[in-house]
Ligand binder design. Structure first.
Ligand code: SF4
Length: 928
């Protein structure tokens, strides 16, 4: 504490006696922060309970900022006719700094003015707290410092002209007002937990002292201990940070189990970086029951014995994230994943009642949506899917009337009620209206955290609405962006019941007293803390002023002071450090030089097993190989020839896809994906051959007429597929796709022209096939009637396939042999089957035919090495029939073996690896 202000020192016990005395009404206690004020209040209440008191007066304990703000409020409402400037909020002050920086010559070149405004505001606070205004000119000012000078002068003149004051200068105003107004001045003011008072705070306290208040400095309980008196201090080394956190958690649990009334502190210097790891490990050690990690009703939630002090940005809370998603959707759109979270959120109307349908809907939307969707596109998709599901299936599985209603209402509101430019207050009101339209925050009762977060959200929106007093009107996009920034800069920690274990950052632990304390992460990388000088103030000035953490010397002194207080502040103190850094390339790191002198101790190895592991350990495991599904009746199977194809590749794959209907979720994609482009080619060829009908027409049609036909069929195909993906086809994209299809068809027709005459017998024709007990619905791309009266079955492909994929017991491409054997008995003989590869640069047929010359460059099967084992066409078709019937019967019999045809090739692009766990099975060959 500064020597310039002499304060009466008071022991902690005496301080509590004063708080209990009769005239405690005229007593106030100030602390450096809100946390310490709360801790002191709790401590006082516990002492009253220990004394068996039934009731007591709540002491006036508050952070020093709240104390000055309270005096300001009294001045505003006092009866004295004093002109009081308007106190800006921190958000308003930041916004004002940002505006000044943006409009300045130096600031206009900056990319991130928001971050600059924050640093500049911190510099402004330092200048006032440490009274540096007059000293600044005595130092060399670099470009950053000169720019800050310029901004500061402008900021001061805005404050002056508008009669504003900001929180950084509030104390100076209060000191002025003290003599002009009457306010509720405490007779005794106690300062608790200040490592250091700034000159500005000293000025305020000396003013109050001059007015007659007695100012006391309370000596924290740990300062009463002798440093050497605490023999229970140890240094512990752990392999890495994860192990360190685990050791700290098991240690805390063992201390709590030994005595549930103790207070335990765990200090983590780099808490911001490892908060989620700390939370996970403490949760596992303190609440090993895996069911506690599941989302559950509030009544079933168990109170955790630990609390992490560091708040998270408000954006990290789902309820606020949802609110921001709605605003972003209206303003410009969302990534599909975020939009999908929004649709399935419980924080909008119908979230619980339509939960299942909304999940199904999102699966459908994945096929049709782009990776980024606007509100218009979302509503259009909702309508299309809703209509299609009604027409095609007639079922209500993806009918979401409430969802459709609220998003349609939101779209109409956004198109009519949102001005392009307006005031912040107007936008704040409109934002809340939009959220109201979607039924935010949902219909179910919020739990305590959600409720507190929703209240905080409203406070932040109200704060945002007050920006009008420092900023001009704004556009809707800028308003949403600013609100996002305000929310992201707001750290929030919901209040929780008192917990025995407190996990804190270094600064928050200052002034706290515990029975047991563990400080982790004290490696030479992190301890002492690195200095953080402000870039807008001369370094030498910050150093000379002795501002904590702003120069290397002060950071070292401050770290030493904190460590000294830790060692005196608890009955047991453990200081730990990792031996290796984190990450894949872990390097050895030494303990901090500040703790090397402390004797090292081996941490007691304690392991608390998860319930899951205990259950697994206790279970008697019986292994059953179960790869056959018994069926009481032949099931209805969908999927066409894919059933046989999948079964041939792997029986488990066929069972999972066509019996269990397991499917991987589609990924929203830009434009058409390969499957959709394939569909487009199929559709164009179908329409084209419906027009041409035969090779003769193709040969005789005029080139201009052919071009017209191509143009027309390409347009019709694009139109049809456009209904399937309504959001994809912009005018430009449509034109490009049209052009591509026409080029492709021209190239393909050149191949067709080389063939002998044929006519089209069928295109895209559906057949009902019966293969053993298996009934299949199939669609054949094209059947040509050749000059000799025989048929040729053609399957269009957008890449080339080898004929070997149609041969063997487990065929890779069984559909063409399947069409052949199933249609053969119906009429004229089938002369062959052919893949038509319609791919630029790879155009052509690969086919198995009974005679040479049926297709350009294709030999008869009898001349192919791959078909050498078959002496006649009949022998080949009989073999196909036998193999395909075996496959169909295998599937129908319930065979579900995990048996890929060629591991790992067959599994390479299969979506079911997580379900069949093929990689685990192959580790255990006995099972196969
Ligand atoms: S990943 Fe392999 S083994 Fe598993 S289902 Fe797919 S093909 Fe079969």
């Amino acid at each position: 504490m500064k020597k310039s202000l002499l304060l009466k020192q008071l022991s902690f016990q005496e301080f509590f006696r004063h708080l209990n005395s009769e005239n405690a009404a005229a007593v106030s206690v100030v602390t450096p922060n809100r946390r310490l004020a709360q801790v002191l209040k709790d401590c006082f209440s516990r002492e009253q309970s220990n004394r068996q008191n039934a009731a007591w007066r709540t002491p006036d304990i508050l952070p020093i900022n709240a104390f000055t703000e309270r005096i300001y409020q009294e001045a505003v409402y006092s009866i004295h006719s004093v002109e009081i400037p308007l106190l800006l909020t921190v958000t308003q002050a930041h916004a004002l700094w940002q505006t000044i920086i943006q409009t300045s010559e130096t600031g206009s070149k900056l990319l991130n003015t928001m971050q600059t405004a924050q640093s500049a505001y911190e510099a402004w606070q330092i200048v006032h707290a440490w009274r540096l205004t007059s000293d600044m000119h005595a130092y060399y000012l670099n470009d950053d410092c000169s720019a800050f000078q310029e901004w500061m002068e402008q900021y001061q003149s805005v404050l002056r002209e508008n009669q504003y004051i900001d929180p950084a200068c509030l104390v100076d105003l209060i000191v002025e007002l003290c003599t002009q107004i009457e306010f509720n001045r405490p007779d005794n003011l106690y300062c608790y937990g200040f490592e250091l008072l700034t000159p500005q705070q000293c000025f305020l306290l000396s003013k109050l002292q001059a007015l007659g208040s007695k100012i006391h400095c309370v000596i924290p309980p740990y300062l009463n201990h002798q440093e050497t008196g605490n023999a229970n201090i140890a240094r512990v080394s752990c392999r890495n940070t994860q192990e360190e956190i685990y050791q700290a958690a098991t240690w805390a649990r063992s201390r709590l189990e030994a005595d549930c009334s103790v207070s335990i502190g765990v200090v983590v210097p780099a808490l911001t970086n490892c908060r989620s790891t700390v939370q996970r490990i403490f949760q596992e050690v303190m609440q090993p029951d895996v069911r506690d990690a599941l989302p559950q009703a509030q009544s079933q939630q168990k109170d955790r014995p630990f609390n992490i002090s560091l708040g998270l940005p408000l954006t990290a809370y789902p309820v606020v994230d949802l609110a921001l998603s709605v605003l972003a959707l209206v303003q410009r759109g969302l990534t599909f994943d975020r939009a999908s979270n929004l649709l399935r959120s419980p924080y909008i109307k119908g979230g619980d009642n339509e939960m299942h349908q909304r999940a199904m809907l999102c699966m459908q939307m994945r096929q049709k949506a782009e990776p980024f969707v606007t509100l218009e596109q979302l509503v259009s998709l909702l309508n299309v899917i809703s209509q299609q599901s009604e027409q095609n299936t007639g079922n209500c599985q993806i009918q979401n009337p409430v969802l459709l209603e609220i998003f349609t209402a939101l779209l109409s509101f956004s198109q009519t009620d949102i001005p392009h430019r307006s005031h912040h207050a107007t936008y704040a009101r409109l934002f809340l209206q939009m959220l109201q339209i979607v039924g935010f925050p949902g219909e179910r009762a919020l739990n305590s955290t959600e409720y507190q977060t929703a209240i905080k959200w409203q406070e932040v929106v109200a704060d945002f609405a007050t920006l009008d007093c420092v900023q001009e009107s704004t556009s809707c996009a800028a308003a949403v962006e600013k609100l996002n920034a305000v929310v992201a800069n707001t750290l929030f920690q919901p209040q929780t019941p008192h917990t025995p274990i407190q996990i804190l950052g270094v600064m928050e632990a200052a002034g706290m007293v515990f029975d047991h304390l563990w400080v982790l992460g004290l490696s030479e990388e992190h301890w002492p803390m690195p200095s953080r000088p402000n870039p807008f103030l001369p370094y030498e000035l910050q150093k000379k002023a002795g501002i904590p953490m702003k120069s290397t010397d002060e950071a070292l002194n401050y770290s030493r002071q904190l460590q000294k207080n830790w060692l005196r502040g608890a009955k047991e103190v453990v200081l730990s450090h990792p031996v290796f850094s984190d990450g894949a390339d872990a390097q050895a790191i030494a303990p901090s030089s500040l703790i090397r002198g402390i004797p090292e101790r081996t941490a007691a190895e304690q392991h608390y097993k998860l319930h899951r592991d205990l259950i697994v350990d206790a279970a008697r495991v019986e292994r059953i190989i179960d790869h056959h599904v018994n069926l009481s009746k032949v099931p209805k199977v969908t999927g066409g020839t894919a059933v046989i194809k999948d079964y041939a590749a792997c029986p488990f794959r066929a069972w999972a896809k066509h019996r269990l209907r397991v499917m991987d979720k589609d990924r929203p994609h830009v434009g058409f994906n390969a499957r959709e482009r394939g569909l487009l080619v199929h559709r164009v060829l179908h329409l084209l051959w419906q027009e041409l009908k035969s090779k003769e027409t193709l040969d005789t049609v005029l080139q201009t007429d052919l071009e017209k036909i191509l143009c027309s069929v390409a347009s019709r195909a694009i139109e049809e597929i456009g209904q399937w993906r309504p959001c994809v086809l912009s005018k430009r994209y449509r034109a490009l796709e049209h052009q591509r299809l026409i080029h492709l068809m021209r190239e393909w027709l050149d191949i067709e022209k080389k063939r002998d005459s044929f006519s089209i017998a069928a295109t895209e024709k559906k057949y009902q096939l019966q293969l053993g007990d298996l009934a299949l619905q199939v669609r054949v791309d094209r059947v040509d009637r050749l000059a000799n009266g025989q048929f040729l079955i053609i399957d269009y492909k957008t890449r080339s396939y080898s004929i070997s994929s149609m041969l063997g017991e487990r065929l890779d491409e069984p559909q063409l042999p399947l069409y052949l054997v199933m249609t053969e008995s119906d009429g004229p003989a089938v002369a062959g089957i052919a893949f038509a590869a319609i791919n630029p640069g790879q155009m052509g047929f690969s086919a198995i035919v009974n005679e040479t010359g049926l297709l350009p460059g294709v030999k008869a099967f009898s001349e192919l090495a791959a078909c050498a084992q078959f002496s006649t066409w009949h022998e080949l078709t009989t073999k196909w029939k036998q193999d395909l019937t075996d496959l169909a019967n295998g599937f129908i019999s319930g065979d579900a073996r995990v048996l890929p045809k060629r591991f790992p090739l067959t599994c390479q692009y299969c979506d079911l690896q997580a379900l069949c766990r093929i990689h685990e099975r192959f580790k255990n060959p006995d099972e196969e």
